[in-house]
Ligand binder design. Sequence first.
Ligand SMILES: Nc1ncnc2c1ncn2[C@@H]1O[C@H](COP(=O)(O)OP(=O)(O)OP(=O)(O)O)[C@@H](O)[C@H]1O
Ligand SMILES: C=C(C)CCOP(=O)(O)O
Length: 243
Amino acid sequence: MTVVLKLGGSVITDKDTPETVDRAALDAASSTIAAYGDTDLVIVHGGGSFGHHHAAAHGVSRTAGTHDDTAVRDVHRAMKRLNEQVVDALAAVDVPAIPVHPLSVAHRSMEDELRLPSQQVRTLLTEGFVPVLHGDVIGHEAMGATILSGDELVCALAEALSADRVGLCSAVPGVLDGEDVIPEINDFEDVAHVLGASESTDVTGGMAGKVRALLDLETPAFVFDRGGLEPFLMGRQPGTRIG
Ligand SMILES: Nc1ncnc2c1ncn2[C@@H]1O[C@H](COP(=O)(O)OP(=O)(O)OP(=O)(O)O)[C@@H](O)[C@H]1O
Ligand SMILES: C=C(C)CCOP(=O)(O)O
């Protein structure tokens, strides 16, 4: 069983205060993950208050490229600082977490296609490690560099690894229609009217971007909050099922 899990930036950081980890939330998520060690697990985390603030300050997004080397370093280094804290929190509870930095291996083509080699991730998994990737800034042909969201990474990895399940642990208990969690989404147009951007600084599209990307996947995906993490890892179906 191969599982790709995204820890949303809105879960593990205080998204409104620059470069602030939500220590209690990160430690709790790490302990939950440590208790379910018998699956092949790839973890991806988002930008939260690390990547998004720097990306917004430099005007770089998923579609707005930059040739400013300072911007690329600022965003990437912020994400590496967060990644180090995530990897350390997992290692502290004996999850064999290994950092994998997308900037060094991935790029986007002229046709806007993400190219993400995955053999290094597959090998780490086979050898018993838990690769931990993160949203990043990557080279983009003819555009300089653009943002790669953790959500895009989750989808690319799920396809490349033929994952059995995908989970997105976010700040919300699922995709919401008002106060209610929508149990299942199979068509973007059915829910487009309730999907918005993130309430915090977020250059990659909030919930609408997630749903659109997850609908393209063969693998069933679930959007849930912290309370859904344990049931998801146990094989249940918390929050919203997409596709
Ligand atoms: N219909 C909706 N249901 C649920 N959340 C929604 C909806 N529309 C907009 N949102 C917003 O989307 C946010 C979740 O997306 P966001 O990208 O912030 O999460 P994340 O993946 O945890 O964070 P990050 O992108 O930093 O990793 C919610 O916190 C909410 O503000
Ligand atoms: C802003 C950066 C660098 C990462 C974005 O990843 P996301 O938070 O998963 O959308």
